[in-house]
Design a binder for this molecule. Structure first.
Ligand code: HEC
Length: 260
């Protein structure tokens, strides 16, 4: 009874039903019984083998192959099916075109960029033709903060001048990362007022970043597109140390220090 009913259904439709049945069963087993979502790529792979398998089973005999092809032949050859044929011949290219078009639409999502803002510094680096050891490097002017406050104020003021002449275009005249160039830059110039930037760092780290700029960033800070200039090409060594004094003085942050 069931067998006879099945044999009434054209072979091609039967094959399609088997494929759909296997698909539904697989999703039911995975997400229903096991409670696990199946990755789409895995499902595509499964269904590829299912379709190939079903096609092979249905075309195993000469007779079976003919039965599978029968509806397609009829569609092309049978004059009575002409209106259906015209519709199918119109729909198939349209569907293919629509599918290709949706694949070609640009995605408006921002590309994922996992950029490390504060990469681990190297233990030593080269600048001004010398090698610096970041573990022992210190700001030579920091000691005047206690020893000679007047001299310290003068050094901070010099640092301020250097900052306004060189840095505010990007990092802003309020040191908040909103300089006039900032809107055009990605990654954005960092906001030194924020507790997440220089307040977390040692002066030696800042010296390394300022002297070597965006090109000095290590591998994990990819994609190295930072516009931060290489200041060793434009400033003297002690000018960098002075500008560092200014950054901390103006923002009121304290540089991180090694725990004693
Ligand atoms: C052309 C724009 C531009 C100029 C000019 C510029 N910077 Fe930058 N700076 C950046 C950008 C963009 C970043 C963020 C990307 C990065 O870390 O390299 C940055 C990052 C930094 C950092 C790293 C801070 C952190 O928390 O890691 C320091 C320090 C810094 N700049 C100091 C300076 C100083 C000092 C000057 C002036 C002597 C200066 N910058 C001038 C664009 C600029």
């Amino acid at each position: 009874m069931m067998g006879r009913l099945l044999s009434r259904i054209p072979a091609l439709l039967r094959a399609a039903l088997v494929v759909v049945g296997i698909y539904l069963a697989a999703t039911a087993i995975f997400s229903g019984l096991l409670g696990q979502p199946i990755p789409a790529s895995l499902m595509t792979m499964y269904m590829f083998f299912v379709i190939v398998g079903v096609f092979m089973a249905f075309t195993f005999t000469e007779e079976g192959a003919r039965a599978m092809a029968a509806p397609i032949r009829a569609l092309v050859e049978n004059p009575a099916l002409r209106p259906v044929r015209n519709i199918v011949f119109l729909l198939v290219p349209l569907a293919a075109g629509a599918f290709t078009y949706t694949k070609m639409l640009p995605s408006l999502e921002a590309p994922v960029e996992l950029r490390t803002i504060h990469p681990a510094p190297p233990s030593t680096f080269k600048a001004y033709g010398k090698r610096y050891d970041l573990l022992t490097l210190e700001n030579p002017f920091r000691k005047y903060e206690k020893e000679d406050p007047e001299r310290f104020r003068a050094l901070v003021a010099e640092g301020g001048k250097i900052y306004i002449r060189n840095c505010q275009f990007c990092h802003g005249d309020k040191l908040n990362g909103r300089g006039p160039f900032a809107p055009a830059l990605n990654p954005v110039p960092l906001n030194f007022q924020d507790v997440g930037t220089i307040a977390q760092l040692q002066e030696s780290y800042l010296f390394w970043r300022i002297a070597t700029g965006g090109p000095g960033l290590p591998e994990e800070a990819a994609p190295w597109i930072s516009s931060m200039p290489v200041w060793q090409n434009f400033l003297k060594e002690d000018e960098i140390w002075k500008v560092i004094l200014f950054l901390y003085d103006y923002t009121g942050h304290r540089p991180r220090a090694w725990e004693k």
